[in-house]
Design a protein around this ligand. Sequence first.
Ligand code: FES
Length: 107
Amino acid sequence: MKEIILFDSVEEAIKMMVHRETKRVKLEGNTYALTRFNNDFYFYEALCPHQQYSLLQDQIGIQPEVICGWHGYRFSLEGGEEFDKRCRNLKVQKLQLNNKSALFIQF
Ligand code: FES
């Protein structure tokens, strides 16, 4: 695994995304989703673990969760669990700060 920096600082990330916004991220040929919730940022797979519906246009809830637009499954952004345990977890990482205050993921 390697560290991939997505933002040089929390301030930069906050300027580039609004609360509950989701952006598409292309990384090594695959598409992922990136969401801001308050001042936290989450990187996760772009397809729903249930039946592979895109999570890129879907709703972020009033807590750190993504709600799939097809069947309404709700996935916690703090660990990936589907709230009613109807399918596998969403693969999600919360962005972390490195020793230079950049936000990164392990990839
Ligand atoms: S495809 Fe997402 S809940 Fe069914």
